[in-house]
Design a protein around this ligand. Structure first.
Ligand code: PEP
Length: 242
């Protein structure tokens, strides 16, 4: 059985104070959460330290939103794998479309980050997905297969999560039909050496569509942006009904 991984991506939201207030309320939502699911919060670097302490002894795992490939060096503004490990980080998002679109992330740098994260015991959440133009041109499969081929060179598929995130569905309220997300995720799985890699769907997941998304057989979890910012909605998401 592949694990179910439900991850929030806070992006550039929440101060430390806001993060602690979120957590106090969110932990209260987990009283009856079934044990078959992994819950992850991928928070800004500035919230890692305080949340690491607050999450101690809870079932919620800490995640970051990016990581550099070097252990240390002259890379102003970057954060290294040992720095994350020291703070108790377990997961790290790599290759999010916002990194690729706004910060010049390439498949080559994504590959370097993936290998570095794994070499320090972090579990990467690799994001792949097509633009609206690529989908309209019938290029969805080719584009994703190319991303996978380049991103996964020499990457250990026994310590990996993949998130299928159609870019046109991120932050738009325009969710990909769950059967279509299921189809694409099945195709992604067919390209992997390890069919047990958990593959998430991401793109406008919310408290209302989570049950239908998680009912799809290929979908092993979700990566959630906007709806992970409120304890109420993220609580409903992690308590999805199978
Ligand atoms: C994301 O940031 O990965 C994401 C899927 O965002 P949203 O849920 O807001 O669409």
């Amino acid at each position: 059985m592949r694990p179910k991984v439900l991850a929030g991506n806070w992006k550039m939201h929440k101060t430390q104070q806001e993060a602690v207030a979120f957590l106090q309320e969110f932990l209260g939502k987990l009283v009856d959460t079934p044990s078959d699911r992994e819950i992850v919060l991928c928070v800004p670097y500035t919230c890692l330290s305080v949340l690491s302490k607050s999450l101690h002894g809870t079932r919620v795992k800490l995640g970051a939103q990016n990581v550099h490939w070097a252990d240390q060096g002259a890379f102003t503004g970057e954060i290294s794998p040992p720095m994350l490990v020291e703070l108790g980080v377990r997961y790290v998002i790599i290759g999010h479309s916002e990194r690729r679109q706004y910060f010049g992330e390439t498949d080559a740098t994504v590959n370097q980050r993936l290998k570095a994260a794994q070499s320090h015991g972090l579990t990467p959440i690799l994001c792949v997905g097509e633009t609206k133009a690529q989908r309209d041109a019938g290029e969805t499969e080719n584009h994703i297969f190319q991303q996978l081929a380049l991103d996964l060179v020499d990457v250990d598929q026994s310590n990996l999560v993949i998130a299928y995130e159609p870019i046109w569905a991120i932050g738009t309220g325009d969710t990909c039909e769950e059967t279509e997300a299921n189809r694409v995720i099945g195709l992604i799985r067919s390209k992997l050496q390890n069919p047990d890699v958990p593959i998430q769907y991401g793109g406008s997941v919310n408290a209302n569509n989570i049950d239908a998304i998680m009912a799809q057989p290929e979908i092993d979890g979700v990566l959630v942006g906007g709806a992970s910012l409120q304890p109420e909605s993220f609580g409903r998401i992690v308590n999805y009904k199978p």
